[in-house]
Write a protein that binds this ligand. Structure first.
Ligand code: ZN
Ligand code: ZN
Length: 354
C-alpha cells in the first residue's frame, strides 16, 4: 500500500490542465481515466498496474497508465510534478512580473527582410516600450520569400545599425543579429565569419518542416551543436491560427494553409542538447505561432534549458506582444532567472559570445 491515491492524482492533473487552459481533449484523457479506474476494486487496480494491463481498460492510455504506476509506487507522477510548479501562484501576477523583468527582445525584423518598417522605427518603438535593447534578426539568404539578406547586405546592415545606434537615446542600443535558417543538413545559412561577428544568433527551421522524425532531430541537433547558435527559434514551426491582418511575412501567401502541425522531432534529445550547449529555447509570442506549445515548454524547463521570450515582431506595434509569451511561460512556471532577455545587454552579449 502507498499513501498516494492514483485517482486523486489523475483528477488533480485534470484540474491543473483546465486551470492552464489546455486543450479539452488533453483534460478529458485524465478525467476519463480517473472515472474508469474509480470503478475498479483497489486490488484489481494494483494488479492491473503490476501486470501492465491498465491500458486494456477503455479510457486509459499510456500516459495516464504511467501516472498511475508512479503514483502506486508512492511517487508524485512526473506529469503532475510539472504542473504543480505553478500551483498556488497568481498566474496573472506571475506573467506581469515576467514581462516587467524583460529588458529587451531577441527576435525582431525590419524592412531589410520581410518586416514592414525601417530599423529606426523598430528601435524607437522599443525605446518607448522601455526596452534597453532589441536584437535585429532579419532573415538569411535562402529564405528568398522573406528577402533574406545575402552576406553583402548583412555587412551593409551592420554598418547601418552602427550609424543608427549613434543617434539613439543613451541607455538603448540595437544589438546585431540574424534569424538564420537551419538548413536540411543542420548547417546555418550564413558565412561563418559573419555569424561570429553578430551579437546574437537565432536559428530557425523554415523549410522541410515535414521532415520525418529522425531526420528533423538530427538536423536540429547539428544546429544546436554549432557554436554560433544562441537561441533556437519557434522550434515546432506550428501555426495555430491565421496571421493577423496586415502582417507580412513568410507563410503569408494565399495558397498556404492557415494552420500547420508541429514538426516531429525527439523533444527530449533536442532540449537535452540545448541545455548541454547552453542554447536558449525561444518562447515565440506571435499569436499565430504560440511556439513551443506549453507541454514542450515544461519539458524544456525540466531539461534545464534557458529561454528567450521574444516577439518575432515584423512591425513596431508587435514589439508589445511579449505579454503573450510571458503568459504562456508563467503557466509553465518558467522563472525569470532562466530567461536570457531579463539580462542587461552586456551579459546577454557575453553569454552569446561565450
Ligand atoms: Zn522564423
Ligand atoms: Zn522571425
Amino acid at each position: 500500500m502507498t499513501d498516494r491515491d492514483p485517482i486523486a492524482d489523475l483528477r488533480r492533473i485534470a484540474f491543473l490542465l483546465e486551470r492552464a487552459n489546455e486543450a479539452t481533449y488533453r483534460v478529458r484523457a485524465f478525467r476519463s481515466a480517473a472515472a474508469a479506474l474509480a470503478a475498479l476494486p483497489a486490488a484489481e487496480l494494483a494488479e492491473r498496474a503490476r501486470s501492465g494491463r491498465l491500458t486494456e481498460l477503455a479510457g486509459v492510455g499510456d500516459v495516464t497508465a504511467r501516472c498511475v504506476a508512479e503514483s502506486l509506487a508512492g511517487e508524485e507522477p512526473v506529469y503532475l510534478r510539472r504542473l504543480v510548479a505553478t500551483e498556488g501562484t497568481d498566474l496573472d501576477a506571475a506573467a506581469t512580473a515576467l514581462r516587467e523583468a524583460l529588458r529587451g527582445d531577441c527576435h525582431t525584423h525590419s524592412d531589410w527582410s520581410d518586416g514592414g518598417s525601417p530599423i529606426e522605427e523598430m528601435a524607437l518603438a522599443a525605446v518607448e516600450l522601455g526596452h534597453e535593447y532589441v536584437v535585429l534578426t532579419d532573415h538569411s539568404p535562402r529564405l528568398k520569400v522573406a528577402r533574406g539578406l545575402t552576406a553583402d547586405r548583412l555587412r551593409r546592415q551592420l554598418d547601418h545599425v552602427a550609424a543608427v545606434n549613434e543617434a539613439l537615446p543613451e541607455g538603448f542600443r540595437i544589438l546585431t543579429g540574424i534569424e538564420v535558417d537551419i538548413l536540411a543538413d543542420g548547417s546555418l545559412d550564413q558565412e561563418e565569419e559573419l555569424l561570429a561577428r553578430l551579437d546574437v544568433v537565432v536559428g530557425s527551421v523554415h523549410s522541410g518542416l515535414n521532415d520525418e522524425r529522425a531526420r528533423m532531430t538530427r538536423r536540429m541537433l547539428a544546429a544546436i551543436a554549432n557554436p554560433h547558435l544562441d537561441i533556437l527559434g519557434h522550434c515546432t514551426g506550428r501555426m495555430v491560427s491565421s496571421r493577423p491582418a496586415g502582417v507580412r511575412g513568410p507563410g503569408d501567401r494565399a495558397h498556404r494553409p492557415r494552420t500547420r502541425a508541429e514538426s516531429d522531432f525527439d523533444a527530449d534529445a533536442v532540449f537535452a542538447a540545448c541545455a548541454e550547449h547552453d542554447v536558449a529555447v525561444e518562447i515565440n509570442s506571435r499569436p499565430e505561432r504560440q511556439d513551443p506549445p506549453k507541454r514542450l515548454i515544461r519539458r524544456a524547463l525540466e531539461a534545464g534549458c534557458r529561454f528567450a521570450i521574444d516577439t518575432d515582431a515584423h512591425a513596431p506595434g508587435q514589439l508589445d506582444w511579449q505579454r503573450f509569451g510571458c503568459e504562456r511561460a508563467a503557466l509553465c512556471g518558467v522563472p525569470a532567472d532562466r530567461v536570457v532577455n531579463t539580462w542587461p545587454a552586456e551579459r546577454l552579449v557575453a553569454w552569446a559570445r561565450g
